[in-house]
Design a protein. Structure first.
Length: 599
């Protein structure tokens, strides 16, 4: 029998605002104490010229003020992960374990990971984290790391493509008797994608200033939200197909978008869309903060549901896999060492950008978890997809200021979709870069080959149909979320491993093993334990060894093997003493070229 602790103590309900304020206090204290300590540990020097200053070219290497870089970096890393992950973990194990891991994880592991990746990059000519691995471990480790990143990126695309497609189909009945159709979200989303293209053309060809473009097109995003329910694009009804089939069609359409978005010029789509998306991100955060302040919601969901979730497995390690980006994300290392390090004006800015942005993402995760905390355990909404739970929370908050719930939910779903577009764009483009690096095929046809390969692989997974014991179809995003989380967390462990090896070989201080080594070990153990569980279930789940057609155990097996070989490579090179590199020694070209300002 499972234990269920509620959010009530002695008959007095706990305010969501109280919980949120405690989290804000913990995260703020961590930034000014542990963050300052990390700055001293990494030996940040404000007098050293950063790569952005030393190699300034006006294109990739451009030093900018930290307040601007923080917004850009935050919008690149804070996609849909810190929304979906905490909601899934809270529903599975209760809100208290999820909340504790978010706080501990982002302060002592995720923030350290992001800070370390950014620091390693600026001390190596702003090259990618893969290049740090190549220099301080081996070429074999470098190639394995690239392969691992490509696999992780594929699963990011799979998960967020399918969860977005699920929002574009069907009809959801709201508590007040009204309804909102997936077609309404699809219309708003398509209009939203068209606006940046027009904006990009006017900026580039029409010489429209960025200020005027923002003033014109940002209100038009609001028009797109309003127009969705009035002209819904119900693809399933138009084609006369079932909702499940309609979701598959949207999967294909979104992957075609990924293909196009990773090939068109940055100025035409990604940069203007990222600019508008950045405002959307902070607006969504502001709505969440104002809702916590004025909505007066209390905690109703169980604080702890038990050590084992029927659908997700044991709390250890699955809690740390489900929360994913809300506490730690290997994807952040790619952003930090891909674009952010080329724009850092001063070394000391790395604390705000690398550590501070991850703490802000932790706050996004806390707000997302609050949308679970205010639900009753038997609320029908707990059976819905995480994106709809998030949007419903936004809708309830906006309803307190007189905005109709349906409009608020439409806003929340479009905000969620906006975050996903950021993720899909950069992941597909980075996956293309990796294939180009592995094949050394960088011609026009090489770009097409790499892009098609990076979209066909996710297509194969989203088209795969998985069913539960009762024969009901399980959405692809739900099938692969755990694998995405494990691969993303293991990618963080590999990044921490690379930085640990570098500092251990150059500094020889015990602090490296406590500050970086322990987080590396923890993330390695949790992610590989989860992967081994799936390997055992897939190949030995029927009383003996058998070959399975389920792709999850096969991919898990490949990831475990790659992680094991990386550990062997680290063990081989650790005894070799190397001299600390000069501030920005000359290296080969970065393995992962700049993917643009937005993720």
């Amino acid at each position: 029998m499972q234990t269920r602790w509620t959010g009530e103590h002695g008959g007095v309900a706990t305010s969501l605002l109280t919980v949120a304020l405690i989290c804000v206090a913990c995260i703020s204290l961590a930034y000014f104490t542990y963050g300052r300590f990390l700055g001293r540990f990494f030996q940040l020097d404000p007098q050293k010229a950063t790569p952005a200053v030393e190699m300034q070219d006006g294109v990739d290497y451009v030093p900018i003020e930290p307040r601007f870089l923080l917004g850009q970096h935050f919008s690149a890393i804070a996609a849909a992960g810190p929304i979906v992950g905490p909601i899934l973990a809270g529903l599975a194990f209760g809100w208290l374990p999820a909340l504790l891991w978010i706080l501990v994880g982002c302060i002592f592991i995720g923030g350290v990971h992001d800070f370390a990746a950014l620091f390693a990059s600026i001390r190596h000519k702003a090259c990618s984290i893969t290049e740090v691995v190549r220099q301080h471990m081996s070429r074999r480790a470098f190639l394995l790391f690239l392969a691992f990143i490509w696999i992780a990126l594929v699963y990011i695309v799979v998960v967020f493509t399918d969860i977005t497609a699920s929002a574009f189909v069907g009809v959801v009945q709201l508590e007040d008797g009204s309804s909102i159709s997936g077609g309404a979200i699809a219309t708003s989303s398509l209009l939203y994608l068209a606006l940046p293209v027009v904006m990009g053309l006017l900026l580039r060809r029409g010489k429209l200033s960025l200020g005027w473009a923002t003033a014109i097109f940002l209100p038009l995003v609001g028009v797109a939200i309003w127009a969705g329910p009035h002209i819904p694009f119900n693809l399933d009804k138009l084609l006369g197909i079932e909702v499940a089939t309609g979701r598959k069609v949207w999967d294909v359409a979104l992957l075609l978008y990924c293909l196009v978005a990773s090939l068109v010029p940055m100025w035409l789509l990604l940069q203007p869309r990222g600019h508008l998306g950045g405002y959307f991100l902070f607006l969504a955060l502001a709505v969440g903060a104002l809702g916590l302040l004025f909505a007066g919601k209390t905690v109703a969901f169980p604080a702890f549901k038990g050590w084992n979730s029927e659908s997700n497995g044991p709390l250890f390690p699955m809690l740390f896999i489900l929360v994913a980006c809300g506490a730690c994300s290997g994807f952040h290392a790619i952003v930090s060492s891909g674009t952010t390090s080329k724009q850092l004006k001063r070394e000391t800015d790395a604390r705000l950008i690398g550590y501070g942005a991850m703490l802000l993402e932790g706050l996004v995760a806390v707000i997302s978890l609050c949308f679970v905390m205010m639900l009753a355990a038997d609320d029908p909404l707990t059976k819905k997809a995480p994106n709809f739970i998030y949007a419903s929370g936004i809708g309830k908050f906006l309803a307190t200021v007189g905005i109709p719930t349906a409009v608020g939910i439409n806003f929340g779903l479009l905000a969620f979709t906006t975050f996903v577009y950021d993720t899909l764009d950069i992941c597909t483009r980075l996956a293309r870069y990796i294939i180009e690096e592995l094949t050394s095929w960088r011609s026009r046809w090489g770009r097409w080959f790499a892009t098609v390969a990076s979209t066909v692989a996710p297509l194969c997974f989203v088209m795969n149909t998985t069913r539960d014991a009762k024969g009901n179809e399980i959405p692809a995003w739900k099938t692969f979320w755990d694998l995405f989380g494990a691969s993303n967390q293991l990618l963080a462990a590999l990044t921490l491993l690379g930085v640990t090896v570098w500092l251990a070989r150059t500094r020889r201080t015990k602090g490296v093993w406590f500050i970086l080594g322990l987080p590396t070990l923890f993330m390695y153990v949790m992610s590989t334990t989860a992967l081994v569980r799936w390997v055992r279930a897939g190949f030995f789940g029927r009383g003996g060894f058998h070959i399975t057609s389920d792709p999850v155990p096969w991919v898990a097996l490949v990831l475990v093997a790659l992680a094991a070989v990386m550990l062997v490579e680290a063990y081989r090179v650790l005894p070799r003493r190397t001299q600390p590199p000069e501030p920005y020694e000359a290296l080969a070209a970065p393995a992962l070229p700049s993917a643009g300002a937005q993720g």
